[in-house]
Design a protein around this ligand. Structure first.
Ligand SMILES: [Zn+2]
Length: 411
């Protein structure tokens, strides 16, 4: 796998920087397309920094159409690409607009290999590899516009190792194996790729036939003039670079938008330690699914299927929260607020003790107060309890007794 390290060379803000996290905080891999027919890590970085005012490029990796991979950030960097889920997601962006373009084989293989290696490194299961659209709050966003069910099954395919990437067909881009100069009379796949690229950029090169004839030469010269490089009808290193980086002027740059920045609910997302659950294929399973089913009144088989999803939607509608069928932090919290036999009831006084008190009841209090849910009643939890008591106008002692418990859970 060929990865080009661009961490120090891409555009970045001189005044702002992204937050960092521990690697262990990473739970999801997010797959994007750029929603532009062309582009590069360099171009996206410029757009994100200069137009959106972000600290740096939004993605950790960019995979070009020829399969070459750019490393843009350390995995510890919390960059912007999936809004409130940024704090626990790694972003991979494939250059292309898959609403209208197909996914080239070299790019597909590279993206799969990269994703697999990240899953290994970060211990992330395949069911936590999500398309942008699969993250909470993004059901409206057609990104990455490939079938994620297929993508996950490719990841799962047996003989996990993919054969080496075949010689790239898009040889006009910088790469190892390629003819240095393309001129009139040349034939081959690299000429075909050149013609496709010219066509994509709106410089009609005539039939896409892999033959560098007069029409292709004309298109190359028109392109060279527009891109302000030497106009000689020959594709050398300078023209190659220009072809790679050229941005379609009429095209709306959709890769990365202000909605990918976190909002005030980010903290809630960060403190959530449970998995996000949703309808995926194959379906997600586990004790957490069962817990949700119990609370929303679905059959408790521990498998997140269509019925569970529709019950979750009904629940969300009743609660007046975003109706997306995804159990993310907001829905978990609403579920925690529910009474009923499955909820944890008041058991004992909670206060800072040596050693610290631990337990499910502590977790419940922590969730309700939006502090880290570790089940340990320490100073931070105590402080949150005091703040809560102050807001409620009850005795401020940092101890959860029956009164504070009742106020927290309406029980
Ligand atoms: Zn996206």
């Amino acid at each position: 796998m060929n990865i080009i390290d661009k961490r120090r060379s891409l555009a970045s803000s001189s005044s702002r920087s992204y937050r960092r996290r521990a690697r262990s905080a990473i739970r999801n891999i997010a797959i994007h397309h750029s929603a532009t027919t062309s582009g590069s890590a360099e171009a996206f970085a410029r757009y994100h920094v200069n137009q959106l005012g972000w600290p740096g490029i939004g993605y950790h990796y960019v995979v070009d159409r020829d399969g070459s991979i750019s490393l843009c950030h350390d995995l510890e960097v919390v960059s912007y690409h999936v809004g409130n889920s940024n704090s626990f997601a790694v972003g991979i962006c494939m250059v292309g607009d898959f609403r209208t373009q197909s996914l080239p084989e070299a790019q597909r293989r590279s993206t799969l290999n990269l994703t697999r290696s990240l899953m290994d490194q970060l211990n992330i299961p395949v069911e936590n590899v999500w398309g942008h659209i699969e993250f909470p709050g993004y059901s409206w966003k057609p990104c990455p516009s490939i079938n994620m069910q297929n993508f996950r099954s490719w990841l799962r395919e047996e003989g996990a190792e993919l054969s080496p990437i075949p010689a790239p067909t898009t040889t006009y881009v910088a790469g190892a194996r390629q003819r240095t100069l393309l001129t009139r009379g040349d034939q081959g796949d690299d000429i075909r790729a050149l013609q496709e690229r010219l066509d994509e950029l709106g410089f009609n090169p005539g039939p896409i036939d892999g033959i560098f004839g007069p029409q292709t030469a004309d298109a190359v010269m028109r392109f060279q003039r527009t891109a302000s490089v030497a106009v000689d009808g020959i594709v050398g290193p300078e023209t190659r670079r220009a072809l790679r980086d050229f941005e379609h002027t009429g095209e709306q740059p959709e890769h990365g938008s202000p909605t990918d920045e976190p909002d005030e609910r980010e903290e809630m997302y960060q403190s959530e330690t449970r998995r996000m659950l949703r309808l995926l294929s194959p379906m997600m399973r586990g004790a957490d699914v069962q817990e949700v089913q119990q609370k929303v009144g679905a059959a408790t088989d521990g498998i997140f299927g269509p019925e569970t999803e529709s019950r979750v939607r009904e629940f969300q509608r009743r609660e007046g929260i975003t109706v997306d069928g995804i159990v993310g932090p907001q829905t978990w919290r609403a579920l925690d607020r529910m009474n009923g036999s499955s909820g944890i009831r008041y058991q004992r006084l909670l206060s800072v003790q040596t050693p610290f008190i631990r337990g499910e009841d502590v977790k419940r209090v922590q969730r309700a107060l939006n502090v880290t849910v570790d089940g340990i009643y320490g100073p931070l939890t105590e402080r949150a309890v005091r703040n809560f008591q102050r807001r409620e106008g009850i005795t401020i002692d940092g101890i959860v007794g029956p009164q504070t418990w009742r106020r927290l859970f309406n029980e």
